[in-house]
Design a protein. Structure first.
Length: 499
């Protein structure tokens, strides 16, 4: 079974001067010599180095206290999340799944072998507690593909102890710099090995600045495709908010294809949009459950104890746990499905050879403005229609449709912001306020439906259902408040809404 660890470290170039004395730095009372460790790591990637391109590292390492398979995801400079699995001859399935959105059907092959002679020192405080581990690594790198280049170097690595204060590394950094030790120019050993064994300097192409309407639409769509791929492993690991963020990226991509049909040929994009709608729906099963659980739990916690009659907390917890385990398992299966991986391939192909229409080559101002305002006009009609209806189911449905259109308008304005500037940025903010209000209304609709279901089950079991009625009434009041606030908000938005 794989486990996760947050790794915070700094890497430095080392010459003959080695590691300076760090006693007294940031509370270091002693530097303990822990001896020499021999490490042997083989790094895996696709033949076209997809993991390296995303700054991911996958290795099988022997030697040291943490021998096994390690997959590292970048979080911030010097910060990575490391996923570990026990030593095995082949890539463990739980590790392979976390890179599937990038690897797809490509084979993971041994790419580089790194052997390190690690001279380990523990930096401890006056109580003997570990503050950080410092090491001097003599590294030999060997490329296992192509002509098989080789390289050697020495580096210093300082890794913060679990739960330590990152500010401690800043103090160590100052001491090392004063001693002439330089920060490494490479973010990882693998990155340095790939560069030094390639036989030529690896240069990343500079992205071109968007100039046409098509450029701006494709740039936004590419950002959403990249977000889908990057969030896939977080969703599999059940990282908080990851499902929501992946669902938003999916919706943004679909909205882009629908809004900017004058730029992208719908004959090619409509099938992609249909698949994005499917994926958003699958992600929504998990996300909607998460939102409902949080809302009902918070509402129950806010009730005075005298109003909580019967085993309401237990029933809610059981309902949430049962539904949650089933939905996440289903979602993992979706991410492993051929349909999902084909969708990712299709998005790649669309971006590589986009089906551009004539308007795509024009300047962005008029093309993007017209597309965004078209969405805004349709939203206006839906809001006015909803406000004309009496409170009840029909109005609830109409407000939900308006909410979906408001999101689409918001995403359209986001895509247009680099070209249109402040007017698109202002519309994005207005649409965010509107979707927040309408979202709270829709959440109330769904919460009341769930409360009715839970109350019916509780009643059948002979339990007191008073608390469910109280919660239902409060949700009904929240919906009424949202409907009351909507006309004023819409009037405020409508007075200056356009790009």
């Amino acid at each position: 079974m794989a486990d996760a660890k947050r790794e915070i470290e700094r890497k430095y170039e080392s010459d003959e001067s080695g590691l300076p004395d760090l006693t007294g730095v940031g509370g270091v009372a002693a530097v303990l010599d822990k001896g020499l460790v021999e490490l042997d790591a083989t790094y895996y990637d696709t033949a076209d180095e997809r993991l390296a391109a995303a700054s991911l590292t996958l290795r099988r390492r022997t030697g040291g206290a943490d021998a096994g398979w390690h997959l590292k995801f970048p979080v911030a400079p010097g910060v990575r999340d490391e996923i570990r699995a026990p030593l095995a001859d082949t890539v463990p399935e739980e590790i392979a799944a976390l890179v599937r959105s990038r690897v797809r059907d490509a084979e993971l092959i041994p790419l580089v072998r790194l052997r390190s002679a690690r001279d380990v020192r523990h930096l401890v405080d006056a109580d003997g507690a570990l503050l950080a581990e410092a090491s001097i690594d003599g590294v030999t790198a060997e490329r296992l593909t192509g002509k098989g280049g080789a390289a050697q170097w020495t580096e210093i690595e300082v890794e913060l102890a679990d739960g330590g204060d990152p500010a401690f590394l800043d103090q160590v950094d100052k001491r090392l710099r004063r001693a002439g030790v330089r920060p490494s120019t490479s973010p990882s050993k693998l990155a340095r090995a790939l560069e030094q064994t390639a036989g030529r300097r690896r240069r990343k192409p500079k992205p071109s600045k968007p100039t046409t309407a098509g450029d701006h639409v494709l740039a936004y769509l590419r950002t959403q495709r990249d977000a889908l791929i990057a969030l896939d492993p977080a969703v599999r690991r059940d990282v908080p908010d990851s499902v929501h963020r992946m669902r938003v990226a999916t919706r943004r991509a679909r909205s882009t294809l629908r809004t900017f049909r004058p730029v992208l040929d719908r004959a090619a994009t409509d099938p992609v949009g249909a698949e994005l709608k499917w994926l958003a729906g699958e992600l929504g099963i998990d996300r909607d459950q998460e939102v409902l659980t949080e809302r009902l739990t918070a509402a129950l916690d806010a009730l005075p104890p005298a109003l909580v009659t019967g085993p309401v907390q237990d029933r809610l917890a059981t309902w949430a746990r049962t539904r949650r385990s089933g939905t996440h398992g289903h979602l993992t299966g979706v991410l492993d499905s051929r349909r999902y991986l084909t969708l990712l391939d299709t998005l790649d192909a669309l971006l590589a050879d986009p089906p551009l229409r004539k308007a795509a080559g024009r300047k962005p101002d008029k093309v993007l403005t017209k597309a965004v305002n078209r969405d805004l006009d349709r939203l206006s009609a839906l809001v006015e229609q909803a406000l004309a209806l009496p409170p009840g189911t029909d109005r609830d449905l109409a407000l939900h449709e308006a909410r979906k259109k408001a999101k689409r308008t918001r995403y359209a304005a986001e895509a247009a912001t680099p070209a249109l500037g402040s007017s698109a940025r202002s519309l994005t903010a207005s649409m965010k306020s509107l979707t927040t209000l309408l979202g709270d209304h829709q959440d109330s609709v769904m919460a009341r439906r769930t409360l009715r279901e839970l109350s019916a089950v509780a009643h059948a079991a002979g339990e007191n259902t008073f608390a469910y009625g109280v919660l239902y009434g409060r949700e009904e009041r929240r919906a009424t408040e949202a409907e009351t606030r909507l006309p004023a908000l819409w009037k405020e938005i409508g007075s200056g809404a356009s790009v």
